[in-house]
Design a protein around this ligand. Structure first.
Ligand SMILES: Cc1cc2nc3c(=O)[nH]c(=O)nc-3n(C[C@H](O)[C@H](O)[C@H](O)COP(=O)(O)OP(=O)(O)OC[C@H]3O[C@@H](n4cnc5c(N)ncnc54)[C@H](O)[C@@H]3O)c2cc1C
Length: 332
């Protein structure tokens, strides 16, 4: 539980670099402790369902795990009901998901635990709407952070580029949440700090996605479907999950696959060649609304800032800028 409220405010300004999931959640928490929180985001403001450049993974299917949902509800009371009302699809993942893995279908049972399903853009848009209602959080769009300012031992702000000029902002705390493309390590090096080590686990994974308006008119005993491979022996898989607007997110994936589906014909062909026919059967006579979008995910990566002998005060690195995983990778 976050304790509120104004009696804890000691500091004036916090700056958050990047206005995506980690950045907005950090800003929400900091709004309890700082007079002013400024989110600096390089992209223009997007509407609820818009893909944007700064989130190249945005079109890919995203599952919101239960603990994430609980944290969101704690930070933004009523958000989950609001999302369900506007299109998120609740489901019991132990009962409503047909999941093929390790050569068999997992047993279904009523877990009493429901999660909600929607696109990543829909989720981000709903969080942004809540952030926009918090009076002491301001978001500057079209503003790209280029580096950190320091007095030698402490980060004292950032420098950023707008369409017309370079600007500087002072802060009492700076939170770096600029995602997988984070330049935090280089920024620290430029200030004379050591670059952190990183651990990488190469997965050479791709995801290909399409949204469908309708699936094939077949009998279904699932709300979501997942046919997961067992790499390295088995490389290819796919899944289907319901999403907002009564649509379906179809995801195909592969480990170490040299040529992921390049177009819509390849997409169907890839689904047809999966170990189980269910994904193909469900989409072959369906109605797609988007073309095939491919995203490559070469490696999981974590920076070891915690091992640095010196790290400037006044800086926190969070989210994918710190550790980048795909939380849906099931354990082998
Ligand atoms: C294929 C794939 C599937 C995934 N599936 C799931 C899933 O099912 N469930 C799940 O929970 N997670 C999933 N993830 C992980 C999830 O996408 C990320 O963990 C999450 O988006 C990270 O949020 P973030 O805010 O740290 O970074 P991001 O969402 O990447 O946001 C970074 C933000 O910083 C901005 N930015 C970047 N540089 C600057 C700069 N210099 N100045 C200002 N702004 C800047 C960007 O525009 C962007 O808004 C998946 C990831 C991938 C790649």
């Amino acid at each position: 539980m976050i304790e509120s409220n104004t009696q804890y405010i000691e500091k004036k300004t916090a700056i958050v670099i990047g206005g995506s999931i980690a950045g907005m959640l950090a800003a929400r928490v900091l709004s309890e402790f700082f007079e002013e929180v400024i989110i600096i985001e390089k992209d223009p403001k997007s509407t609820k369902r818009q893909l944007r450049k700064g989130i190249p993974q945005g079109a890919q299917g995203h599952v919101l795990l239960k603990s994430g949902e609980e944290i969101l509800e704690e930070l933004f009371p009523g958000l989950i009901d609001e999302m369900i009302k506007e299109g998120s699809v609740p489901a019991d993942f132990a009962n409503d998901l047909a999941w093929h893995h390790h050569g068999s279908w997992k047993i279904k049972y009523d877990s009493g635990l429901s999660i909600i399903q929607q696109s990543r853009t829909f989720l981000e848009g709903h969080i942004r709407r809540r952030i926009d209602r918090i009076g002491n959080i301001h978001t500057l769009y079209n503003t790209k952070v280029k580096g950190l300012l320091t007095d030698g031992s402490r980060v004292t702000g950032i420098e950023a580029e707008t369409a017309d000029e370079m600007v500087e902002f002072s802060s009492d705390l700076t939170v770096e949440t600029s995602g997988a493309s984070s330049l935090a390590a280089q920024w620290l090096k430029k200030l004379g700090f050591t670059t952190p080590e990183k651990t990488e686990v190469k997965v050479n994974l791709f995801y290909a996605n399409r949204i469908y308006r309708k699936l094939s008119p077949i009998q279904r005993e699932w709300k979501s479907l997942l046919v997961y491979p067992n790499p390295p022996a088995q490389a290819c898989g796919g899944g289907i999950s319901p999403t907002e607007d009564n649509q379906w997110m179809i995801t195909l994936l592969g480990y170490g696959v040299k040529s992921p589906p390049a177009d819509n014909n390849d997409f169907l062909e890839y689904a047809k060649n999966l170990e189980q026919p269910h994904v193909y059967e469900a989409i072959k006579d369906g109605e797609p609304v988007t073309d095939t979008e491919v995203y490559r995910f070469p490696a999981l990566r974590r920076f070891h800032f915690e091992k640095l002998k010196s790290f400037p005060k006044g800086l926190i690195v969070m989210g994918d800028a710190f550790c980048r995983i795909d939380p849906v990778l099931p354990r082998g």
